[in-house]
Design a protein around this ligand. Structure first.
Ligand SMILES: [Zn+2]
Length: 96
């Protein structure tokens, strides 16, 4: 994340980090996502697994792009999204 680029639009009251937020999933929707394995609760924080790097990241807009006007998150984390979207920028990097 480049400092100063985070938008504060769409911030919800009580959001722990200015400019970032988690989608407000309904309980049923969230339970289904956790059952499917894309999400988990860790230390009271909702985390989401990126299928590309297979890492768990906090399920908020600091790590994932938002979809549908903030109602959902992109499946890839921001780092993987840019690799998929702009592979030429990473052509010289070897990914483990
Ligand atoms: Zn990733």
């Amino acid at each position: 994340m480049i400092p100063g680029t985070a938008s504060t639009r769409g911030r919800k009251p009580g959001s722990p980090v200015a400019g970032y937020f988690s989608p407000a999933f309904r309980a049923k929707q969230l339970a289904l996502r956790i059952t499917k394995g894309g999400y988990r609760m860790a230390d009271g924080e909702l985390e989401k697994r990126c299928p590309a790097c297979e890492e768990w990241w906090p399920a908020d807009t600091e790590f994932f792009f938002s979809l549908r006007n903030g109602a959902d998150l992109h499946s890839y984390c921001k780092a993987c999204y840019s690799v998929v979207r702009h592979p030429e920028r990473y052509a010289n990097e070897v990914r483990a």
